[in-house]
Design a protein around this ligand. Structure first.
Ligand SMILES: Cc1ncc(COP(=O)(O)O)c(C=O)c1O
Length: 371
């Protein structure tokens, strides 16, 4: 079986260094907020091109704390997308705010700025675009809207470590940005992990308190806080993996090129590179003409021993937990059409050229049979 993803393959390709890092932590005796986390925060901030990074327990917490750090709370609204991991929307509610969901653009699968403009209201506090699949959202119009209306821009970078927009890394554009290091991400650890990045010293200071009971340096709780820390083992693993992030992203791009060149079928939409952005292909997502064709393609691939996935099959506003509650100010037609027709092909740095070709040829065979 060709897997859709393989965090194990990524561990195995850096095994010696990761094992040495783990052993160093275990024998060092300090397991929470020690030298590894501090060093990783510094290295990751440098890599992203920001002043500060703060490690958290996971990416959902990173978003939650990012929103709290800019003052989002009860009574506020945050504009985000429905075509995302539930985590994005869950984090807005964890901060006590109401998510306002807007549609995505055809082609990029990211937030449609024209819809954001219509959704801004009296209670809006922040705009939260998601750089989905490794494709940066169109940030320039969102930054303009945020400036015009006095809003914060919060980036969800969980799927886009190392991607850039107009030559600058994602995560360095917003007032604050959140990353996930879930094992399958472009930069993934061996468990849960996340980070918030910012250029603002005041936001950084608040994040340091928020992740640990609202403590000041004397361990006195000055604000309401939480417990969400990146542990030393994960930080040590991430330090190893960060040194390979660019080369691993290049491998993802090479696989995407194999797919681009070998799958050229009328009616099937391939990821379109958006000008002025670098896509880091967390996922390579095809769009079929109709939902039944997509579902048949999944079974066809399974019969060829090729695993595929759907990111995501049910938009957040249609999921049971949200369907009857969330305010919807705009139609979400593009989101709903995407959810029914998309399919994610195998994509991870260690996927061999042969397996990428096998995958592409299987897609071609499927559509040849349909003609
Ligand atoms: C777009 C997006 N946002 C947020 C998250 C949340 O990250 P985590 O799973 O580390 O909480 C994820 C990952 O699942 C994600 O893909």
């Amino acid at each position: 079986m060709i897997p859709q993803n393989s965090p194990l393959a990524n561990y195995l390709s850096h095994r010696q260094d990761i094992d040495a890092a783990i052993s160093r932590v275990v024998q060092g005796g300090q397991y929470i907020l020690g030298p590894e986390t501090a060093a990783f925060e510094k290295e990751f901030a440098e890599y992203t091109g920001v002043g500060y990074a703060v490690g958290t327990g996971n990416g959902t917490d990173a978003l939650h704390l990012a929103l709290r750090a800019i003052g989002v709370g009860a009574g506020d609204e945050v504009i985000t997308v429905s075509h995302t991991a539930v985590a994005t929307v869950a984090a807005v509610e964890m901060a006590g705010a109401a998510p306002i969901l807007v549609d995505i653009e055809v082609g990029s699968y990211t937030m449609d700025p024209t819809q954001v403009k219509k959704a801004i209201g009296r209670r809006t506090k922040a705009i939260l675009p998601v750089h989905l699949y490794g494709q940066p959202a169109d940030l320039a119009p969102l930054i303009r809207l945020a400036e015009e209306h006095g809003l914060h821009l919060v980036e969800d970078c969980a799927q886009a470590h190392g991607a850039s927009y107009h030559g600058k890394k994602v995560g360095s554009w917003g007032h604050v940005a959140a990353f996930s290091f879930y094992p399958t991400k472009n930069l993934g650890c061996l468990g849960d992990g996340g980070a918030v990045v910012t250029n603002r010293p005041d936001i950084h200071k608040k994040l340091i308190a928020l992740r640990q009971y609202g403590w000041d340096r004397y361990r006195r709780s000055q604000i309401q806080g939480f417990n969400s820390r990146l542990d030393e083992l994960q930080a040590a693993v991430l330090r190893v993996k960060l040194t390979h992030l660019d080369e691993n992203n290049e491998k993802r791009v090479d696989i995407a090129r194999v797919y681009d060149h070998s799958i050229d079928i009328a009616g099937l939409e391939l990821p379109k590179p958006v000008p002025q952005t670098t896509h880091v292909y967390h996922q390579y997502v095809l769009r079929c003409p109709e939902p039944p064709v997509r579902d048949e393609l999944i079974s066809f691939m399974r019969d060829r021993h090729i695993q595929t996935a759907i990111h995501y099959p049910v938009p957040v506003h249609l999921q049971a937990a949200y369907a009857r509650r969330l305010e919807r100010r705009a139609p979400l037609g593009t989101t709903e059409r995407a959810a029914g027709t998309i399919i994610s092909l195998p994509m991870f740095p260690e996927l061999s050229h042969d397996d990428a070709e096998k995958t592409a040829f299987a897609v071609r065979d499927f559509f040849a049979g349909k003609r």
